[in-house]
Design a protein around this ligand. Sequence first.
Ligand SMILES: [Zn+2]
Length: 191
Amino acid sequence: MIAKCLDKSWSAHFARAGLAFRKPTVRFYDEPEQRVCGVRWPSGASAFYCTERGTLVFLLTGDWIEGRTDLYPLKVAAHEYAHHVQSLTGIRRHYEARIRADHARQAELGRRYELQADCLSGVFIGSVWGSLSRSQDDWAAVVEATRATGDDDDRRSHGTGGNRAYWLKRGFTAVSPAACDTWRAAPSRVS
Ligand SMILES: [Zn+2]
């Protein structure tokens, strides 16, 4: 299961950085429930991270996973796992404090947080790429599937398709979390 692979890869990153690591809890559901890990199931979400309980939740039905042979579900799992990494490293805590201090920038800060998770998912995929036996076309397909999940016009929560693809590729190429500092990136890179 991919969660084990994510545990292994990220615990090694943490060990190198001298940081304490803790695995997330992982839970799978055949259908959305009213409440899960202490929160209301986010409307329409197929995968998410419960910050309070350090729990990754995956829905095992829907277009995002059913009948797929591409690597997109791997990218989604890696993105949600990245939110766990953001919690462990204190990034989440800083993010929440900044939102409290500056409500007007809530959407922009949220996109920096989400795009960082895209970048960190790229770091993970890059770090295991050699063991996946996949082609460059397979990678290009993940980038394009990610680009297709960019924000539409009214909901500006995760970033444009172009920026989601940009940060995913940036992490993949660098294979280092240091490449994922979306917090200092120019506003156009987190639009
Ligand atoms: Zn996210």
